[in-house]
Design a protein around this ligand. Structure first.
Ligand code: R5P
Length: 288
């Protein structure tokens, strides 16, 4: 197998290549003054199984690079193409919430499939129901066990795992299983027009206990801030946050820390100052 780390996932791509003991073919890439992307695959890939690693955040520029890269791999006659997109953007727009809306994630996956990609790997996609609509195999890995394992070093007191909304409850359950902890879910409503969120106050048995809020994505941080404030108000001893994709838009990290969170634990699906866990071995193991 040949691994090509895309512009958005250079370090992660090289790590995966090294773990697989695969040949890593580098890329030349740049942006033209008008913002258009340029890529050049710097090696021979004809007849080879090629795995392209490219997350898609910041979103649109990295999506275009992903399409250019996959299509070039196809044109250069690779025998098999594996797309590894740890953070697959647009996954939250997975249905028509209001009449006439684009179901964006379907468009993105359709484009990847139509290029001729043989299989797609991603991690903790927001909602996996949409994946079964495609012929191409799509493997949705989970970083939750890794997050739970990381948290073991804190010797958590009577741990209580919380999802900030019902959509993330199954993720919180995965972490709770790793930590043999209790688990519960909050209820969140989002205004479809303004995007503003409201978290319903639910009474949780967290007094004097260490708590962990688990989500797939941290974007503006609003979801986590609401949940953290609620846990603290109910007497939680410490509040940790674990999320696979920590996008941390604008001052999200500061806002979360101001809500008395001890630590944000993210992965390198999107590289940031909270990337405490690498998903390289999760992906490499899945590929072998
Ligand atoms: C949506 O339900 C997701 O699972 C996350 O909860 C959401 O994307 C977080 O967004 P924000 O950080 O802007 O509240």
């Amino acid at each position: 197998m040949i691994v090509i780390p895309g512009p958005a996932s250079q370090i992660l791509g090289f790590k995966i290549g090294n773990l697989l003991k695969a040949k890593v073919v580098p890329l030349d890439y740049k942006r033209f003054p008008d913002g258009e992307a340029y890529i050049r695959i710097d090696g021979d890939i004809q007849g080879e199984h090629v795995a392209v690693v490219q997350s898609t955040f910041p979103t649109d520029p990295h999506l275009i690079e992903l399409f250019l890269l996959l299509d070039t791999v196809k044109e250069l006659a690779a025998s098999k193409i594996t797309a590894i997109v740890p953070y697959l953007a647009y996954a939250r727009q997975d249905k028509r919430f209001r009449p006439g809306e684009a179901i964006s994630i379907k468009t993105i996956i359709r484009l990847i499939e139509n290029i001729g990609v043989d299989e797609l790997y991603t991690i903790n996609i927001h909602e996996d129901a949409v994946l079964s609509e495609f012929k191409m195999p799509i493997i949705n890995l989970s970083a939750m066990n890794a997050i739970g394992t990381y948290l073991k070093k804190y010797d958590l007191k009577d741990p209580y795992i919380v999802s900030p909304d019902q959509g993330a409850e199954f993720l919180a359950k995965e972490v709770a299983e790793t930590l043999h902890a209790d688990v519960s879910s909050c209820f969140k409503k989002r205004d479809l027009i303004t995007g503003e969120i409201e978290t319903e106050v639910v009474k949780l048995n967290v007094k004097g206990r260490d708590t962990v809020i688990i989500d797939d994505i941290i974007s503006t941080g609003g979801t986590i801030v609401n949940a953290a404030k609620m846990l603290k108000a109910q007497g939680a001893r410490r509040v940790f946050v674990g999320a696979t994709h920590a996008l941390l838009i604008q001052n999200a990290r500061t806002r979360i820390m101001q809500a008395q969170v001890e630590e944000i634990i993210g992965t390198d699906s999107v590289l940031s100052e909270v990337s405490k866990i690498s998903v390289a071995s999760l992906i490499a193991d899945a590929l072998t």
